[in-house]
Ligand binder design. Structure first.
Ligand SMILES: [Zn+2]
Length: 242
């Protein structure tokens, strides 16, 4: 049976704190981004539509049922169906986050995958960051496009759009976002200096094996080891166009 370590009041404060952090760290602009957390077996707490997430107060958050229908007369995020899909596909997680971190998104705009093994910490804790092909934001297309890939990874890069992270609690969703954007920033800076060398096969093998020692490699949610090993040796360059 699922446990709920936080009260609704605590969750309301956490979502406001994360919204402010995402805004202050430049991971969202204006009213971008949205957050969702399970309150209990029947209700979700979600960020409201068209509100600056850096300036929310706990009373502004919206309570919905598990299908994303408001239970308190509030207007939930326009991406509520995306959060519903993520939580439906991943009964093991209790929170989901969506943001538009600029370094991460710039890789997608340039057609450079973030699935190469460049930063050791990312290989160990996340594995690869898969990119989900473009789907129109705010439509049913988007949640449907995430259902299958979110079963295999806690972090997804949405092509030309943003990032999705899922975790056991909203602070850990933020942690994943912060890690990926920091890695994307370092990689971006390295590319300005002439290139970001990928780790070689042997280095990736050792990192992947260390995940098991650290206990982060036991879950199916980590991107597949084999793919990480295959991708590691490919250079960090733009994908050839059609
Ligand atoms: Zn978005």
């Amino acid at each position: 049976m699922r446990s709920y370590p936080y009260s609704e009041a605590e969750l309301r404060q956490q979502l406001c704190d994360i919204g402010r952090m995402m805004y202050e760290r430049g991971f969202i602009g204006a009213a971008d981004g949205n957050l969702a957390a399970r309150i209990d077996d029947e209700r979700l707490l979600v960020t409201p539509a068209a509100v600056l997430k850096g300036f929310m107060t706990p009373d502004m958050l919206v309570v919905t049922d598990l299908d994303g229908n408001a239970l308190d007369g509030g207007r939930p995020s326009t991406e509520i169906k995306m959060h519903v899909a993520l939580l439906q596909e991943r009964p093991d997680i209790s929170a989901a986050l969506h943001a538009h971190p600029p370094y991460t998104v710039s890789f997608s705009l340039a057609g450079i995958p973030l699935s190469r093994c460049v930063i050791p910490e990312i290989v160990v804790t996340i594995g690869m960051v898969p990119t989900v092909p473009y789907a129109t934001p705010g439509t049913k297309e988007l949640p449907d496009s995430l259902r299958e890939p979110i079963r295999k990874s806690d972090v997804l890069l949405l092509e030309r759009h943003g990032i999705v992270t899922v975790a056991d609690e909203i602070w850990n969703c933020f942690k994943l976002l912060d890690m990926v954007e920091h890695a994307a920033k370092i990689t971006h800076l390295a590319l300005q200096l002439g290139g970001a060398k990928v780790l070689d096969r042997d280095q990736v093998d050792k990192l992947v094996n260390s995940r098991y020692d650290l206990g982060v490699g036991q879950r199916s949610t980590i991107a597949e080891d084999l793919m990480a090993r295959l991708a590691c040796s490919q250079p960090l360059t733009r994908k050839p166009g059609p």
